[in-house]
Design a protein around this ligand. Structure first.
Ligand code: SF4
Length: 355
């Protein structure tokens, strides 16, 4: 496409998406209304970290819980890390929670509780990558930054029918997003694109009939909307096997704290075999005695592998003492233990099986 016609198309897209947002913005607890005052940077940062790999629907209640309990970044920094991890339980991708806490400490101790405004400075914060830095700079501080999340990636790939498969195609998508991002109100524009991707230009069955940029959309013109963004061929995920250990006495179960580094680091869970790659789920139990093993009670999908879990239930009635960091947790209060979904699924399975 010639440069002039590309720029004209970019301007039209930008204007149509901006105008559509005025009447159609989603109302979300961390947002300001279109054209309104800039929202609280703490709220923008918190919501953006929560929204990485997680849907808006799942994030809303967590965002409200966090801001009620820790209304400012300083309040969050004063919390115990274990409480933050427990409050995060169920949202997944727990490295985000550890980085969230680290970042709260950093902003509070090194920056007097004030978030930096520039994308380049935001990038230096723990757990803040290119997308999040751009989103905070644009949404919270009105800086012109080019924001590309998964919804925007899909929308832009379709508007310009970008044929290069991901992840290579990301550079072209970013440059097209750069071309349509206006100099003013870049935060509103980014949120307008996110909304359009989430509600109209959906990955399956896009609602092109009500789309404000249908006339400018190359994928629509070619009748191949769902072809974009072009994905690389899928690789099968490896499957790992894990064994969890259920040790119960006097209506309490033994919970362990995972090592601080690695997957679900620092979170509470059932004692287990570590479920490392190459481990077949037949680790030595934490205590000697008789165990009953239930095969494959839970399947859980992580980004790079799937996990099948066997549950070994301790059969001996004799008293067991605490080991290391382990604690006894009352079963009737298990919801408060802050268990990640993987362990919560295993506990649910066991409690249902007892009924
Ligand atoms: Fe997406 Fe359809 Fe709009 Fe193109 S016309 S941007 S495919 S919703």
């Amino acid at each position: 496409m010639a440069v002039d016609s590309f720029s004209a198309k970019a301007r039209k897209i930008s204007a149509n998406i901006g105008a559509h947002y005025v009447d159609n913005a989603r109302i979300l607890p961390w947002r300001s209304s279109p054209g309104g005052n800039l929202p609280d940077p703490y709220h923008v940062w918190l919501s953006e970290v929560m929204l990485q790999q997680t849907t808006v629907g799942a994030v809303k209640s967590y965002f409200e819980k966090f801001t009620r309990r820790w209304p400012t970044v300083q309040d969050l920094a004063r919390a115990e890390e274990a409480d933050v991890l427990a409050a995060w339980a169920g949202l997944g991708y727990y490295a985000r929670a550890r980085n969230l806490y680290k970042c709260a400490l950093y902003v509070t101790e090194k920056m007097d509780g004030i978030f930096p405004q520039k994308e380049s400075e935001l990038l230096l914060l723990p757990g803040v990558g290119a997308y999040t830095a751009a989103a905070i700079a644009a949404i919270a501080f009105g800086e012109r930054a080019v924001v590309v999340d998964a919804n925007i990636e899909r929308l832009v790939a379709r508007l310009f029918a970008i044929d290069t498969p991901l992840p290579k195609g990301k550079a072209e998508i970013r440059s097209a997003m750069d071309a349509i991002t206006p100099d003013h109100a870049a935060g509103d524009f980014a949120q307008a694109c996110m909304d359009l991707g989430a509600t109209i230009c959906t990955s399956k069955g896009p609602k092109c009939g009500i789309c404000p940029v249908q006339k400018q959309c190359a994928a629509f013109a070619g009748g191949e909307m769902e072809r974009y963004p072009v994905k690389p061929p899928k690789k099968a995920k490896p499957v790992r096997r894990a064994r969890f250990f259920w040790i119960e006495q006097q209506d309490r179960i033994l919970l362990a704290t995972r090592p601080p580094k690695g997957m679900l680091g620092g979170m509470r869970g059932l004692p287990d075999d570590g479920w490392a790659a190459g481990n077949d789920g037949h680790a030595t139990p934490p205590i000697a005695g008789e165990w009953q093993v239930h095969d494959n009670i839970v399947q859980h999908s992580f980004t790079h592998f799937s996990l099948q879990v066997d549950l070994a239930v301790y059969q001996d009635g004799k008293m067991v003492t605490n080991k290391g960091d382990n604690i006894w947790w009352p079963l009737d209060n298990i919801a408060e233990a802050g268990l990640p979904t993987l362990y919560a699924k295993a506990v649910d399975w066991k409690l249902k099986e007892e009924k």
